[in-house]
Write a protein that binds this ligand. Structure first.
Ligand code: NDP
Ligand code: GDR
Length: 345
């Protein structure tokens, strides 16, 4: 008998990679997507899994309890991975209530569905380093106190504690993965790494003059998404449900990633100016290729994230392998290829 898994957020970066992993492991995967006027399956198409007979695409909206109950009842899963969310921190300041309903309360809908339909189902919650926000310790671990700095971070913290509460109250096998930023060629273009690699590719191909960014001083712990979804799966195979940090234990500024991305495309740059007037020029031509646009600043910023994944290594034998330089190269190459072909994602 094949195991059944539900993956919410199948149209997102992690949903696509996780579905690919589970199919390779012999699961039947129910990939849940929400109804929109133009659903976009480009990520599962890029991975070539869209026609896999063990992948069933099912409509589901996280904000609807009935929809969550129907999903869990009909798919009869052994494991549920809740990856769906309004996941963009910047937007959460403009849409705090929608973010709370999807990212926070939406998780509770799934937990309730599991409690009502079959409490033996194993549950993975996509928690985040954004819950550490204004960090209280360096590096951050499972023991570091939380201090979220955005409506997104607050909503995720609610979902994190609900997962623990259902574990303790109803004996549900609920795991919370506190994942630090993870990127890939499948990352959405609104997130900073992909915005940079896509912008660099367009500049290289003469399709864009200048890349505009916000806070270059923010430091992030960036890993490769494909490795992080394997960590999610490992959490649900463990003997006991628990909370784990997945991270690389290395942090770099956005500025450093900008330089790395241009270098990956064969362009050396020099940073000039300070503060809102900072910019970067192509060292060979003197042409401005990057400048600050304060519109991309956030009302409250998370300045520094760096995670220690020692617990995941010790208990799950999980550790990251791809370096940031390799990841950046992978993303720039994919964006050069897509932009050369005129792809729109
Ligand atoms: P994406 O933004 O790429 O994907 C989010 C998914 O959620 C999309 O499939 C989206 O669908 C879906 N979704 C949004 N709203 C709803 C809704 N109301 N009902 C059902 N589905 C909905 O995120 P990632 O793949 O990068 O991240 C996966 C999860 O992990 C998210 O929960 C994110 O918050 C969390 N996370 C991500 C990290 C990262 O660095 N990537 C780090 C830590 C946590 P649609 O395509 O229709 O918009
Ligand atoms: P983050 O990712 O907020 O960490 O959340 P994002 O890539 O959006 O921002 C990272 C840092 O870069 C700074 N920044 C910019 N960000 C964007 N998007 N666009 C810009 O132009 C820009 N310029 C500078 C930001 O201010 C920030 O400091 C991601 C999401 O995937 C969440 O869902 C997830 O939970 C966390 O990572 C861990």
């Amino acid at each position: 008998m094949k195991k059944h898994a539900v993956v919410t957020g199948i149209t997102g970066q992690d949903g696509a990679y996780l579905a690919e992993l589970l199919l390779a492991k012999g699961y039947v995967v129910y990939g849940a997507y929400r109804r929109t006027s133009s659903v976009n399956f480009w990520r599962i198409e890029e991975l070539g899994i869209q026609n896999n007979p063990d992948l069933h695409l099912v409509e589901h909206d996280l904000t609807d309890l009935g929809s969550s109950i129907t999903l869990i009842r009909d798919a009869a899963p052994d494991e549920v991975y809740n990856l769906a969310a309004q996941s963009f921190v910047g937007v959460s300041f403009n849409q705090p209530i929608a973010t709370t309903q999807i990212t926070g309360v939406g998780t509770l809908h799934l937990l309730e569905a599991i409690r009502l339909v079959n409490p033996k189902i194993r549950f993975y919650q996509a928690s985040t380093s954004e819950m550490f926000g204004k960090v209280q310790a360096i590096p951050q671990t499972e023991e570091t106190p939380f201090y979220p700095r955005s409506p997104y971070g607050v909503a995720k913290l609610y979902a994190h504690w609900m997962t623990i509460n259902y574990r303790e109250s109803y004996d549900i096998f609920g795991c919370s993965g506190i994942l630090f930023n993870h990127e890939s060629p499948l990352r959405g273009r609104e997130f900073v790494t992909r915005k940079i690699t896509d912008g660099v590719a367009k500049i290289k191909l003469g399709k864009l003059d200048v890349l505009e960014l916000g806070n270059l001083d923010a430091k992030r712990d960036w890993g490769f998404a494909k490795e992080y979804v394997d960590g999610m799966w490992r959490m649900l195979q463990a003997e006991e449900p628990d909370t784990y940090v997945l991270a690389t234990n290395r942090t770099e500024t956005v500025r450093e990633f900008v330089a790395m991305a241009f270098k990956s495309a064969g362009i050396a740059i020099e940073f000039k100016g300070t503060g809102d007037s900072e910019f970067a020029v192509d060292a060979a031509t003197g042409k401005t290729v990057m400048r600050i646009n304060p519109a991309f600043y956030r009302p409250a910023e998370v300045e520094l994230l760096i995670g220690n994944p020692a617990k995941a290594k010790a208990r799950l034998n999980w550790e990251p392998a791809t370096t940031l330089e390799q990841l950046c190269q992978l993303m720039v190459e994919a964006d050069l290829r897509r932009n050369a072909q005129g792809a729109s994602f």
